[in-house]
Design a protein around this ligand. Structure first.
Ligand code: ZN
Ligand code: ZN
Length: 243
């Protein structure tokens, strides 16, 4: 991508969208570095893609009391720039003696989340103050989490292997519906019909434009692809643009 094109979509984090009692704040979304998103619906707080720095950002934004009441975490896929903060988050909640349960939703076969969880359980087996529910999403049926309606959907995302080949990683996007409004977050994805369908008419679509070239690939979207989807929504943010 040309530098001038990239400048056009340069986003100043945090990005904030707020309607009545439904809001979302994207603290950061930089490929290979970190993502971190806070979703609020009424009095409930949810965390999406807790990458590196999420604990610092949440602590500053909502404080300890609200942090202890976070009920659900939604993970789109296991890349480090989306899960790098999970260990800190789990450990902090233990140190601060969280009592209410925490549910982590993630795509089935996302080995990163399960490995972090297993290591955490092993290290702190005698001092975890709260229940952690791991929910691997196998079927993309909608469900309700703490009064918010969630609809996960499959997206297309790949990663490089040491052999020079690529492999498809388990990856999801999520639609969040509350109070008649819909937020669509695609996570990391190539252009795909599922995302096109789920972003349509969303009150807010959060779309990655992480692919630097003009020619589409199967990892990220070009700016053109992301914009074409964004135009079908009421408002959109382009995120995950390389810096
Ligand atoms: Zn990413
Ligand atoms: Zn990724």
């Amino acid at each position: 991508m040309q530098t001038n094109q990239r400048k056009m979509i340069e986003q100043q984090y945090p990005l904030h969208w707020k309607k009545k009692n439904f809001s979302i704040k994207i603290f950061c979304s930089i490929p290979n570095i970190a993502t971190g998103i806070l979703l609020k619906a009424g009095d409930a707080h949810f965390v999406i893609d807790p990458g590196d720095g999420i604990l610092r950002d949440l602590n500053k934004e909502i404080g300890v009391k609200n942090l202890l009441n976070v009920s659900d975490v939604f993970v789109t896929h296991g890349h480090h720039d989306h899960v790098g903060g999970v260990w800190s988050l789990l450990t902090y909640l233990r140190v601060m003696q969280k009592k209410s349960p925490l549910t982590i939703y993630y795509p089935d076969r996302c080995v990163e989340i399960e490995s972090i969880y297993n290591a955490f359980k092993k290290v702190y087996s005698r001092s975890i103050s709260y229940k952690i529910n791991l929910k691997a999403i196998k079927k993309t049926n909608g469900f309700t989490a703490n009064e918010i309606t969630v609809k996960p959907f499959p997206v297309i995302h790949k990663e490089h292997l040491s052999t020079g080949k690529t492999r498809k990683v388990p990856a999801l996007g999520y639609n969040f519906v509350y109070d008649g409004m819909k937020i669509c977050y695609g996570g990391d994805t190539a252009y795909c019909e599922e995302l096109v369908n789920h972003a349509r008419n969303a009150d807010l679509a959060i779309l990655e434009a992480g692919h630097e070239e003009e020619t589409p690939d199967e990892m990220h979207m070009t700016m053109k692809e992301a914009v074409s989807i964004g135009k079908s929504s009421k408002k959109y943010f382009l995120v995950h643009v390389p810096e």
